[in-house]
Write a protein that binds this ligand. Structure first.
Ligand SMILES: Cc1cc2nc3c(=O)[nH]c(=O)nc-3n(C[C@H](O)[C@H](O)[C@H](O)COP(=O)(O)OP(=O)(O)OC[C@H]3O[C@@H](n4cnc5c(N)ncnc54)[C@H](O)[C@@H]3O)c2cc1C
Length: 243
């Protein structure tokens, strides 16, 4: 007997994993969420793009990153879920700036540690925030006076409404406290923005000794572990810090 999905999609072209019998509670830090129509766990960016192409016209779906900012119904969830287990980061440099290209399922902490290893400072205050880069951009994740949007320059996404890939240059006007243009758009018009990649741009003045940056990052991490232990079920702080 073929599953619903097999009847709709030929899955042979996909190298990633698909589960049609799994609860979303395994994918959220709150450990809540019922059974969706199915979950795709993507192994690489090519599968992600191929799948977006197929799903767009045929099936309802939502994308999740680390699931650390989601409250999902414990009943049956009437859409498919896409999430990714791959990372990509590339560095480009000219005489003034360092540009960093990354993809949305890259874990925020992996991203920051890679920057630090290259001596690129700026995001140490975001140590231990459990996020994917995509989820962090969606929410404009931040701590103290640092927000992910600070060094973000370009966002490339699949626009489900226009059925096209778009790249936009972003600036401060796209973001506010724990909020973004992308989040507003999705809440107002329905989920139609699927992040594909990001370009961050750091001035060379951000370059510093990697050991010093790492020491600062570790210190922030330690402080957070005392107030927000990552191994406990949580969706983080539900209070807004005044901007
Ligand atoms: C212990 C703990 C501590 C926290 N501390 C902080 C903190 O200090 N500061 C802070 O700002 N937040 C904090 N948070 C909240 C949370 O980590 C952030 O909101 C984070 O940005 C969520 O990222 P995520 O990858 O988990 O997103 P998810 O929760 O998986 O998704 C959030 C939204 O982003 C969308 N999204 C994700 N990926 C994509 C994609 N590829 N394309 C399109 N849309 C996408 C989803 O559809 C969803 O609507 C904390 C949470 C926990 C559990």
């Amino acid at each position: 007997m073929k599953t619903y999905l097999e009847r709709i999609l030929p899955l042979k072209w996909l190298d990633s994993f698909f589960y049609d019998d799994i609860n979303l509670s395994s994918f959220t830090t709150y450990s809540i969420g019922g059974k969706p129509l199915g979950v795709f766990i993507l192994k690489n960016h090519i599968d992600y793009i191929k799948l977006l192409n197929k799903l767009n016209t045929k099936l309802p779906y939502r994308i999740i990153g680390k699931g650390s900012n989601l409250l999902i119904n414990d009943e049956r969830v009437e859409f498919f879920i896409l999430t990714g287990k791959y990372r990509s980061i590339y560095f480009f440099e000219d005489e003034k700036v360092i540009r960093v290209f990354t993809t949305p399922f890259t874990e925020l902490q992996y991203f920051i540690r890679k920057l630090i290893s290259k001596g690129i400072g700026g995001y140490e205050e975001l140590a231990a925030i459990p996020a994917s880069v995509g989820g962090a951009v969606f929410n404009n994740a931040g701590a103290k006076n640092v927000e992910i949007s600070m060094y973000l320059k370009k966002v490339t996404f699949f626009d489900r409404i226009k059925k096209t890939v778009r790249t936009i240059e972003v600036d401060k006007s796209f973001f506010s406290y724990r909020n973004s243009f992308f989040k507003e758009e999705c809440f107002n018009k329905g989920f139609y923005i699927d992040f594909l990649s990001f370009v961050f741009e750091f001035p060379k003045s951000n370059l510093s000794n990697p050991d010093l940056l790492k020491a600062k990052y570790d210190e922030v991490w330690k402080k957070r572990m005392i107030t927000q232990p990552l191994n406990e079920k949580s969706c983080g702080s539900v209070f807004k810090n005044l901007p």
